[in-house]
Design a protein around this ligand. Sequence first.
Ligand SMILES: Cc1ncc(COP(=O)(O)O)c(C=O)c1O
Length: 431
Amino acid sequence: MTATLPDRSVVPPVWGRIFNIAVDHGEGSWLVTTDGERYLDYTSGIGVTNTGHAHPRVVKAVQDQAAKLLHGQQNIVYHEPGLRLYERVATLLPGGPWSAFLSNSGAEAVEAAVKLARVATGRPVIIGFRYSFHGRIGNAMALTAAKDVYRAAFEPLPGSIYHTAYPYCYRASGGAHDPAACTCDWEEQLDLLFHQMIYPEKVAAIIVEPVMGEGGYLVPPPDFLPRLRELTRKHGILLIADEVQTGFGRTGEIFAVRHWDVEPDILVMAKGIASGLPLSGIIARREIMDKWPVSSHGGTYGGNVVSCAAANATLDVIESEDLVANARARGDQFLAGLRALAAKHPAIGDVRGLGLMVALEFVKPGEGDGRVPDSALTKRVQAACFNRKLMLLTAGTNVNVVRIIPPLVTTEAEVDQALAIIGEALVEAGA
Ligand SMILES: Cc1ncc(COP(=O)(O)O)c(C=O)c1O
């Protein structure tokens, strides 16, 4: 089969490639190459395959729907999978009443959230956080501040977008500290922004990833989101939770904001929603959604009928297999195992995570203040894991974080296997 495939150079280099393998199929936590090699996929296709690869219930729902209707455009007709999904996602958050809007990709849903926030408040400005990732187009790209590569070559960027400090406790200027006793000055920095750059009454929304993803898997201190909610309310600013990566059980709650009992005004969702089919959306308080003038936003493919069928099946699987609880249990197992490894490897500067969003941050022990990022070591650890058939991604502005994003169906035995591989890889990489 491989001999008949076109040369890999047909794919443009802009698709930077992490692993040089061609996959044939996937099963649960595993990817199988065209040569029959099996890899433990703890990338989940960047946090998408929460129900595992090719979950039979999701596959069946897709097959059944594809045989009936592939496209039922949302401005033109209603369809059953869409109606069911709209109703269902609007019940995933407490409080409300909520209303949903469906689109295709994470970035597109961020754009929808920005447009809705502006139109609902009549205010122009959106504030994002340093280290955040929201997407690669338009306002989402301008809001992204995780790495220069995502934005720096594309000036001019959309305006009326500002950034403020995020409480990155391990890298705080005053020294690394326990998030439970956070001394980061994020609130003072936001206040400075309001006094130096923009009036709060001009701000439509602040957008935040409840757990920072691409920026380094940063779990915020316990008071951060509740206090941000208070501050946004005080100034009449909407709070947008970007749950594209944290959603659908990933952190051990269906949405991560529920860890802190914080109610956003708009929640952005994608990735895990449909087990791999392109689908995204926002959930907004109904009175906000109702302010969006008819036909002022939309798109040809948003809420595709096959994707909606996949999403309904995905939610069935998450509920019936109790994947949210498994994310919590396997996440605790991972954190305990990684902390034991950190005790033996001084190059592991920090271990952190929430549910099945876990990470190791690598530093050069004995250099500088002990927190000098070690990107080369991070890549060696990733490569040594890959040689042992474990696929992991990196993250962080300095690419010195290994992030672990298993499917939520992963088993205790698989996590033990991954921990053993990481342990060997750390030794081989010289951590
Ligand atoms: C938090 C967050 N928001 C937005 C996006 C953009 O999603 P997409 O790549 O589907 O446009 C991502 C993608 O990684 C993400 O992690």
